[in-house]
Design a protein around this ligand. Structure first.
Ligand SMILES: Cc1cc2nc3c(=O)[nH]c(=O)nc-3n(C[C@H](O)[C@H](O)[C@H](O)COP(=O)(O)O)c2cc1C
Length: 152
């Protein structure tokens, strides 16, 4: 049975930004081997992850995540059986968007939507990081280019 779970945690004192590359390289290899897909967002102050895979593989990975001292305050914010994957592979994305930081904070709060509704919140966050809204000056620039291509 395919399962999707979402988690969030806080980097601990033993975490270093350089160490992130190690985590990502190993996680990428392990996840590929175990057919685990998903995404991990890192804001500099919080992690947010979505993991998809077989129940057995996710249970094993959860045990490792829970023991890992490079982060703390690990919270499972979503856990559902699902028919299909949202993510074809596993990737790590960084973001410094204040809006995304605020959304992650609200998912960590006791008033968070709860396991049934978390998916409605997490998926748009990951999409937003992947496809950020263009800044107004970028929007103008692409309009200018489109006009130039269209000719006089
Ligand atoms: C924030 C964070 C996210 C992680 N995500 C994953 C992951 O998606 N997959 C994974 O295999 N390990 C992940 N790890 C590392 C595991 O906790 C663990 O160290 C690793 O799976 C051990 O790999 P090994 O069994 O090959 O030694 C993560 C660690 C941290 C701190």
């Amino acid at each position: 049975m395919l399962r999707r779970l979402a988690w969030t945690s806080v980097p601990s004192a033993s975490f270093s930004a350089d160490g992130l590359d190690d985590i990502v390289a190993r996680a990428g290899r392990n996840n590929e081997r175990h057919h685990v897909s998903g995404v991990m967002l890192f804001t500099g102050a919080r992690f947010l992850g979505v993991l998809e895979g077989a129940e057995w593989d996710l249970a094993n990975l959860w045990r490792k995540l829970a023991r890992d001292e490079r982060h703390q305050d690990l919270r499972r914010i979503g856990d559902v059986l699902c028919g299909e994957r949202w993510f074809p592979t596993w990737t790590m994305l960084r973001t410094d968007s204040a809006a995304v930081r605020a959304q992650i904070e609200s998912l960590r709060s006791p008033q968070a939507p709860g396991p049934a509704a978390w998916a409605d919140a997490v998926h748009p966050i990951t999409l937003r990081v992947r496809h950020p809204a263009p800044r107004p000056d970028q929007r103008l620039e692409s309009l200018r280019r489109a006009k130039a291509r269209a000719g006089p």
